[in-house]
Design a protein around this ligand. Sequence first.
Ligand code: CDP
Length: 228
Amino acid sequence: MKKITIAIDGYSSCGKSTMAKDLAREVGYIYIDSGAMYRAVTLYCLENELFTPEGINTDELEKAMSDIQISFQLNPDTQRPMTFLNGVNVEERIRTMEVSSHVSPVAALPFVRAAMVKLQQEMGKEKGIVMDGRDIGTAVFPDAELKIFVTASAEIRAQRRFDELKAKGQEASFEEILQNVKERDHIDQNRAVSPLRQAEDAILLDNSHLTIEEQKQWLKERFEEATN
Ligand code: CDP
């Protein structure tokens, strides 16, 4: 069967990665979480004190970009992808609230986007890839054969993120998460470069009231339509 490119975009914490990962595993495609790459750059900024009271030290970050190596490896036990920053497994650290609350301004920087998009396009050269993010169907793979745009209400998304952090034993406040979700939506939709928007040829999915199993089934059907 011919391999295709699948772009899944949408708002923060709407379950994109769960459905993207499940589909990739089921059909034997590579899964790439593009958000993890922006999160890894943000972790680099936090660890190297590039956030200053005046904002991000963009001069230093731009100089450092060529030293920031991001890669993924499958965890042999869970078969889940782990994110590596300069050879170090940062999968846990990039999911903290601290990174979530700093990532959107970093992802709005044109030179950061240019570097990440280049890397993402290289990863997708052979097709057979499911990538999720904000601009995959619009900027990274505008020719993707299957594009999905996922949305759900901010409250439901915050609740899902809250449950996820709690399950991992991380401290979290629902109000803080809801505020972060809304703030990131706002920055992601209003930035100058590749703002979050639905590609004209993307299929819209509002999964506010779908279970994980239902949305998985829905995506599998779209995949079958696109490959048959
Ligand atoms: O997990 P969640 O959906 O909340 O976010 P994520 O996919 O991990 O992405 C984190 C942040 O990276 C987003 O809020 C965006 O600011 C940025 N991002 C982006 O600008 N472009 C992408 N393709 C993916 C993420």
